[in-house]
Design a binder for this molecule. Structure first.
Ligand SMILES: *[C@@H]1O[C@H](CO)[C@@H](O)[C@H](O)[C@H]1NC(C)=O
Ligand SMILES: *[C@@H]1O[C@H](CO)[C@@H](O)[C@H](O)[C@H]1NC(C)=O
Length: 251
């Protein structure tokens, strides 16, 4: 597992210019920082030989800034996903006296569990890059730059129910988390703002309809996704690109 991860990260860094830099990406300080971290990761990994320890979920913990949210006391980390998609908004008119209204989000979830267990600082940087990367046109394809596998889909079941559907293929049925928002903190200053700012970090708890042992979900390391402050010159409905890491906790 560890070696597969190293290979995929190495391959991603070598393949980067043709994979996504050309069309979706300008070389940036963030990207340079990311590849710096990947190099460190590869050199650290060379000195580690116990492949069986490569993906130990008990080592997963939330980033320290998440201490501003209710902590997952008594629960165990199950999975971590990098989310990439849009936050959707509507505007009742296009004047500066009206504010955009959030109507939900649509995102693909990519499996970042092993990176969370071993290289949390790499994981923390991923959303700041990923929000600018176009989703692969092939729905089932992995996401560069770390070649993460598709793990599920995030969308809104109804206006107040964020759903995380982790059933992707007949062989990969990891369940469903129906949730409700319980807490929120403003994103830290390190978050990539995009055009209008990063969406808040969230604490969500499971509700009826959840399939599996999931009890809570944290949206952290957010990048972009916020709407403009007012509806001035905005269309009736619009989407803002975003990315975030989602931590799934359970029993
Ligand atoms: C939200 O935006 C996505 C595009 O990311 C679109 O496919 C979806 O239909 C939109 N959902 C709503 C409720 O507007
Ligand atoms: C996520 O990746 C880990 C490690 O490869 C794997 O054990 C787990 O089944 C994956 N989870 C999902 C929901 O695909």
């Amino acid at each position: 597992m560890r070696f597969a991860l190293i290979l995929s990260l190495t391959a991603a860094s070598l393949a980067a210019p043709t994979n996504f830099l050309d069309d979706a990406y300008d070389w940036s300080d963030e990207l340079a920082e990311f590849y710096g971290k990947v190099s460190q990761f590869i050199s650290t990994a060379k000195h580690t030989t116990r492949a069986s320890a490569a993906c130990d979920v008990s080592k997963i913990s939330l980033p320290s800034y998440a201490s501003g949210l209710t902590s997952p006391t008594g629960l165990k980390p199950i999975y971590v996903a990098l989310g990439r998609g849009t936050q959707n908004y509507t505007c009742a008119d296009s004047t500066s006296s009206t504010a955009p209204v959030a109507i939900g989000a649509v995102a693909r979830l990519y499996n970042a569990t092993c990176i969370a267990a071993n290289y949390p600082s790499i994981l923390e940087s991923l959303p700041n890059l990923a929000y600018k990367i176009a989703l692969p046109t092939n729905e089932g394809a992995s996401l560069p730059p770390a070649n993460l596998d598709l793990m599920g889909h995030h969308f809104f079941y109804d206006a107040t129910t964020p759903e995380f559907n982790l059933n992707t293929t007949p062989d990969n049925q990891a369940g469903i988390v129906m949730s409700k928002k319980e807490g929120s903190i403003v994103a830290p200053s390190t978050a990539a703002a995009g055009e209008y700012g990063a969406v808040p970090w969230l604490y969500l708890t499971h509700t009826d309809g959840t399939v599996g042992d999931y009890k809570s979900v944290y949206r952290v390391d957010t990048a972009a996704g916020s709407p403009p402050k007012t509806c001035h010159k905005m269309p009736a409905a619009f989407q803002i690109q975003y990315s975030a890491n989602y931590y799934f906790f359970g029993q």
